[in-house]
Design a protein around this ligand. Sequence first.
Ligand code: GDP
Ligand code: GDP
Ligand code: MG
Length: 288
Amino acid sequence: MASFSLSGALRGLFAKKTIDDDTWDDLEAALIGADFGPALADEVVEELREKVARYRTTDPADLQRMLREGIEERLAAFDTTLTLSDRPAVVLVVGVNGVGKTTTIGKFAKFLRGYGRTVVVGAADTFRAAAVDQLATWAERAGAEIVRPQAAGQDPASVAYQTVEYAKAHGTDIVIIDTAGRLHTKGGLMDELGKIRRVVEKQGPIAEVLLVLDATTGQNGLAQAQAFIEHAGVTGLVLTKLDGSAKGGFVLAVQRQTGLPIKLVGQGEGVGDLTGFTPHVFAQQLVG
Ligand code: GDP
Ligand code: GDP
Ligand code: MG
């Protein structure tokens, strides 16, 4: 859980007796190493330099506190609350292959069940047969219902439609739709997501479109997800695989670059390894 902490790289820095000339280069290197990206790392270092000068402190503990507060402030500038008040509340989960969409849906369904919500998941990734079985396994684990394609390769939009229909017929609170990450062409996938959106919206509004990003892939993963950001009507981000990643700074960089809030964080492959996103807690974990 604490494996994405920056503290490793910063421990030496904050353990020093005093802030000195090396502090700033070391801090910048630690931030870049944690995937803040050069522009943000530079901005954070400059801000802290000014603050340290203004408050005339030489105490590394002050620097640590200011860093933690600066990060929390940046994170808190985004509204990370999930909007799930519609009934049913329909959540579309999108993203490139392998980022953790299906796993996230399983964990998210369990998370919602924990709050007493009823959940149905829709297997609209009909491109691979194994994808449907994988989602079914997760649904069972989470205590959620599932709507599967009636035939292999059924139109994903029709599965999505039937899932919402199921929720309306059964009074299910939350609908979560799994989607494919890749088709023969990118254009095809975006068209397919557009069609899913249209048919779902025939029955009511879409509450959230969550784009899943694998935190270990950093900037590269973000570049791959660009088409989703431009065309899929994304309302929030889910960052997966923050366990075992030293790239916690990606959280800040990604919100800044996309303008989209992070709404959920995945920190493992277990059914309980998903949390909401709380700036205060996250900043504390990251900086120590
Ligand atoms: P660049 O590095 O010069 O491209 O610009 P920035 O990354 O500083 O800013 C890009 C956009 O993000 C601008 O529209 C800013 O208003 C916005 N922005 C900058 N800093 C923050 C921040 O801490 N929180 C939030 N929410 N937005 C910010
Ligand atoms: P999809 O193709 O986007 O649906 O991705 P999957 O849900 O099938 O996940 C791809 C792989 O990533 C699987 O091996 C998952 O167990 C793994 N995975 C997903 N989320 C996490 C996470 O938060 N932490 C770790 N360590 N692995 C994850
Ligand atoms: Mg999948």
